[in-house]
Design a binder for this molecule. Structure first.
Ligand SMILES: [Fe+2]
Length: 512
């Protein structure tokens, strides 16, 4: 692991072909508390800069091989965050100024006083610290914004996209991958995302997961550059030379739920310790959000499963009951199709009453179920020609209450009870089973009563032939206010008439 910039003693690299100068500067700066290394020319300096990170380079201007100016150019080409101070002999101030134009931070004239050098180095490092603090502040602000955005999203896909996008921009990585641990298998392969122009498979290589997890376990920050990064790969990235690699665990409490990996293929661009720490902060927020999003998605899918199961349960019940009703009607040719027709006339009433969709559906279902209580009443006795005996009549009159009892235990059908229970109540209070009066009779009961009677009158029965439409309508009108709701009857006859006209002119399907 590299010592990080700004954390331990600042690192200074001295580049000079004169051994004496190298030794003097090294001794004094070491005494001042800096970590100092020395090399004898520009090429050696570049190699050293590849290997380790430095805060400051003090370079002679004229050296055999690569000189100070060329070194300066190469360093600024690589974009590394290192300050360069040029040393030059008396009389070449113009060259020193040229060096400043090329990006040198300062220059020192030879022969130098050692305090002067120390002063230049201190000033440079101060400026560098300030600069780094500024960057950290900016990073903190953008990190806060990203964290907020991630925390606000409950969709796993959105969370993952946000994380990848922000790691790419904040760390200026070429490739970023996210590996999530599959909670069932424990394998890291559930989701992998690659972004960026280098996002081909070959460029991410095959990770050495045990090695990486071991580092996580020991809490060792995983930031490695160049060849040193390769120990974290079973198969290194192909085609491209990996410059820098950073891997951050996604942890919830102490559980590793995934990993976030940043790759740099840009020459000279290494991730810094500061960036690694920034990614760690991001990762800890991301891990919690990923976990939340997963929990939420689990909840949603479980809920959907449950709703589906409930619905199919309710549908099953309904289908079973309708099946019973059909079986009941099948047994008696006179009532065949009666429930469906009552449902249809009820839907016409819903249209006349301008009911909304759920209320209309409720009315149709209530029509379908209204005689469900006849299950269990022996129909052959009730459909005989001629009048019912008082005993048969009282048995027949139990069917509304029976219907209520059948529907009661089924939550999705409780709403339909008024249709079954109250369709034999009369407006004037003379009906059964409870003798309810006028508006006390639920609307469902009042509507189904009219639909039921109209269909009964216009169908053949064992004891009489079907009555014509006009006669049935006249009968409904005659009984309005006594048996039926006086306001519903004219409404019903009006929509019925409209429907008959529609049926004739447009060929609309009609149950009659
Ligand atoms: Fe009935």
């Amino acid at each position: 692991m590299e010592p990080s910039v700004g954390e331990e003693s600042p690192r200074v690299l001295i580049v000079d072909d004169e051994k004496v100068i190298r030794e003097i500067l090294s001794d004094f700066l070491t005494m001042e508390g800096y970590v100092v290394r020395t090399v004898e020319d520009g090429a050696a300096a570049l190699r050293e800069l590849e290997r380790r990170s430095y805060n400051l380079v003090i370079s002679d201007l004229k050296m055999p091989g690569m000189g100070g100016l060329e070194l300066l150019e190469k360093v600024s080409e690589r974009g590394t965050n290192v300050l360069t101070v040029i040393m030059t002999g008396f009389g070449t101030v113009e060259t020193a100024i040229e060096a400043m134009k090329k990006g040198a931070y300062d220059y020192i004239l030879k022969p130098f006083k050692i305090e002067e050098v120390v002063h230049v180095v201190e000033r440079g490092l101060d400026r560098q610290r300030l600069h780094a603090e500024n960057i950290r502040l900016k990073e903190a602000v953008s990190l806060y914004k990203i964290s907020e955005a991630i925390a606000q999203s409950l969709s796993l896909d959105t969370v993952l996209d946000l994380i990848l996008e922000s790691v790419l921009t904040e760390a200026q990585a070429d490739v970023v991958t996210l590996l999530l641990k599959d909670p069932r298998t424990g394998q890291f392969r559930e989701r992998t995302r690659r972004h960026g122009p280098h996002a081909d498979n070959g460029f991410v290589g095959e990770l050495n997961l045990p090695e990486i997890l071991e580092q996580y376990r020991q809490d060792i920050p995983l930031l490695a550059h160049g060849l040193r990064a390769l120990k974290f790969f079973d198969a290194p990235p192909e085609d491209k030379r990996l410059v820098s690699f950073c891997s951050i665990p996604l942890k919830v409490q102490d559980r590793v739920i995934g990993m976030m990996n940043a790759y740099s293929y840009t020459r000279g661009y290494k991730f810094s310790e500061g960036q690694r720490r920034m990614l760690s902060v991001l990762a800890s927020r991301a891990a919690v959000s990923i976990e939340n999003a997963r929990l939420y998605e689990d909840l949603v899918s479980k809920n959907a499963e449950l709703t589906g199961a409930n619905r199919s349960l309710a549908d099953n019940f309904r289908a079973t009951i309708i099946g019973f009703a059909h079986a009941l009607e099948e047994a008696d040719k006179y009532t065949r199709g009666h429930s469906e027709r009552v449902a249809f006339y009820s839907s016409l009433c819903a249209r006349g009453l301008a009911l909304d969709e759920p209320e209309t559906e409720r009315l149709v279902q209530a029509g379908l179920m209204h005689d469900i209580g006849k299950i269990g009443i022996r129909s052959e006795k009730l459909n005989k020609p001629g009048k019912l005996t008082p005993e048969e009549m009282s048995m027949f009159r139990t069917h509304p209450a029976k219907g209520k009892r059948i529907l009661e235990p089924i939550p999705s059908m409780v709403d339909l009870i008024p249709g079954a229970w109250c369709h034999h109540e009369n407006w004037d209070g003379s009906g059964y089973p409870r003798g309810l009066l006028g508006g006390n009779i639920p609307l469902l009961g009042r509507v189904v009563a009219i639909a039921d009677c109209y269909d009964a009158m216009t169908s053949d029965r064992s004891y009489r032939k079907a009555l014509p439409h006009d006669v049935a309508v006249a009968e409904l009108e005659r009984c309005a206010g006594a048996q039926f709701d006086p306001e519903l009857v004219p409404m019903f006859t009006r929509v019925l008439e409209e429907h008959r006209v529609e049926a004739v002119t447009q060929g609309v399907a009609t149950p009659r």
